[in-house]
Design a protein around this ligand. Structure first.
Ligand code: G3H
Ligand code: 13P
Ligand code: ZN
Length: 316
């Protein structure tokens, strides 16, 4: 069942975070649904602009609609990740997405508000909710390259003003994470103090943490041993999710870790079976390994086992 992120955030606020996982293809979709059903967790499927143009945006929509039939017990939201204004309108018009992210965080404060407000007005008119971003994550986002040195944590006073003026439904905040497999080259860990200050000003308002892959070291070692070259890859300690959730983070974005599982499975498979050219063999292993990864991640997020309660909340 597709629901809005708003409903999921109501259920989770202050207690746990919902995993927001990116998909690009069938194997990721199958693994994602299976892992969330295995762990009885609500979840968010994210589609980036790059994912929508990888094959065709209609293909992803078809995959998700069919997955809903294959997994009738799943409860999830469909979300545009890091949208620009035009892509947000395209998703709002499509009637398929339950939420969109407008990412104008690279713009000046007032311009970020103005763009976000336009998207909020269009989305709310159709019952769709909007995530916005304030502050700049380190690392690389799609079409946006922000030098680590320029990474800017979210200003709590600005966060309050931003939410009031833009009318956004949730806010992605910069608290020390960055996208990709090479995080924390400088300062380490999450800035809980910034989260605390934001929560004081915006009590009960859902916050979002991007760039939250853990980049498991055993995964990186296996990839490198099987011919990869991911030297110095590092991520967020998943044990930090719980405190973040208590401080108002209701959505935690994870993409890179899924790509690492894919890379490990395929590198190891072809190293061990150089004679194989049947794509279904590693594909099958990947779906199963990704499902296991998702189920394990949901335990750290606290979303594992919450499906029955969310179903009750939706019914009541
Ligand atoms: O934050 C970006 C997400 O990991 C999506 O990545 O734009 O390469 O699909 P992508
Ligand atoms: P990671 O690169 O840490 O997986 O972050 C993903 C993300 O923030 C998607 O919006
Ligand atoms: Zn992101």
């Amino acid at each position: 069942m597709i629901v809005t992120t708003k409903k999921l955030f109501e259920a989770a606020y202050g207690k746990y975070a919902i995993g927001a996982y990116n998909i690009n293809n069938l194997e990721q979709t199958m693994g994602l649904f299976q892992g969330n059903i295995d762990s009885q967790a609500p979840f968010i499927i994210q589609l980036s602009k790059g994912a929508r143009s990888y094959s065709h945006k209609a293909m992803l929509e078809g995959l998700i609609r069919n997955a809903e039939e294959v997994y009738p017990d799943a409860i999830f939201a469909v979300h545009l990740d890091h949208g620009d204004e035009a892509t947000c309108y395209d998703c709002i018009e499509s009637g398929f997405y339950s939420s969109v992210m407008i990412d104008a965080s690279h713009e000046a404060f007032d311009e970020n508000i103005a763009i976000t407000k336009r998207v909020v007005d269009a989305a709310h008119a159709k019952g769709i909710v909007v995530e916005a971003e304030l502050g700049m994550l380190g690392g690389v986002e799609e079409h946006v390259s922000v030098a680590e040195a320029d990474a800017k944590l979210t200003d709590p006073d600005q966060a309050l003003e931003f939410v009031e003026r833009s009318g956004c439904d949730s806010l992605a905040v910069a608290i020390g994470t960055s996208h990709g497999a090479f995080k924390f080259s400088g300062t380490q860990g999450l800035h809980y103090g910034v989260l605390e200050e934001i929560q004081k000003r915006l009590p009960n308002f859902p916050l979002v943490m991007h760039g939250s892959s853990s980049v498991p070291q055993d995964e990186v070692e296996r990839i490198n041993k099987a011919g990869g070259k991911l030297l110095g890859a590092k991520g967020v300690d998943a044990a930090q999710f719980k405190r973040a959730a208590e401080l108002g983070v209701t959505k935690i974005n994870i993409d890179t870790d899924g790509r690492l599982v894919w890379t490990r499975v395929h590198r190891e498979h072809f190293l061990e079976h150089p004679e194989n050219f049947d794509l279904r063999k590693p594909g099958k292993i990947y779906m199963s390994e990704y499902a296991k990864f998702i189920a394990a991640k949901n335990v750290y997020l606290g979303s594992s086992g919450q499906l029955a309660d969310v179903r009750k909340l939706l019914a009541g």
